[in-house]
Design a protein around this ligand. Structure first.
Ligand code: IMP
Ligand code: MG
Length: 185
């Protein structure tokens, strides 16, 4: 492996800058604070993509919330969904009767969130609120919408701020479009 390689060499263009993301995440946090005032929601982050967004979002809410995570996978190092969602790490706590805020990086085909919404209902959640940083509505296969979404993005494969291609690029501080030759290689 070429250790001199820089992530940014593989980025075609920056779609959302750090400043744009910061500003919007702050707004989403303030909106959640209003909606959940006086309640103690449980944030459920969808691993691994949520980690950066979740960290910034929960700090912007100033709510008495619990932090939980669930691991799911539906991608196998390709750029489109397989449609089959697997739990790779289950919830560690009982969610019966809880107000759940799902924190997801991107809503694409909708397979992941349609599955998760059903799963959390089955586990006894009192309410489910879906917050996604990015929304790609043009690619939807399932009847599902976010309650709150940061940005609508075009039908391009994006990486950074938690989002990966083949597990890389998650630590880019902005969201960019990957050069197509990177995933064609
Ligand atoms: P869905 O099940 O097709 O809605 O996809 C949800 C998951 O696919 C997200 O949690 C992401 O991990 C991944 N995903 C979808 N689109 C992209 C993208 O453009 N870049 C990186 N990951 C993506
Ligand atoms: Mg992913």
């Amino acid at each position: 492996m070429n250790t001199e390689k820089r992530m940014k060499e593989d980025i075609l263009k920056v779609l959302l800058t750090e400043e744009e993301i910061r500003g919007r995440v702050k707004e989403l946090g303030e909106e959640l604070r209003r909606r959940f005032a006086g309640r103690r929601p449980m944030f459920v982050g969808v691993l691994n993509g949520c980690f950066m967004f979740m960290a910034d979002l929960v700090r912007a809410t100033d709510l008495m919330g619990e932090m939980e995570f669930i691991g799911v996978s539906s991608y196998h190092n390709t750029t489109s969904s397989s449609g089959v969602v697997q739990i790779t790490r289950d919830l560690q706590r009982d969610i019966t009767g809880r107000d759940i805020i799902i924190v997801e990086d991107i809503l694409d085909s909708g397979n992941t969130l349609a599955f998760l919404r059903q799963y959390l209902k089955t586990k006894g959640a009192a309410s489910i609120t879906i917050v996604t940083l990015l929304d790609k509505p043009s690619r939807r296969q399932k009847d599902i919408q976010a309650d709150l979404s940061g940005f609508e993005v075009p039908d391009e494969f994006v990486v950074g701020y938690g989002l990966d291609y083949a597990q890389y690029y998650r630590n880019l501080p902005y969201i960019g479009v990957l050069k197509p030759e990177v995933y064609r290689a």
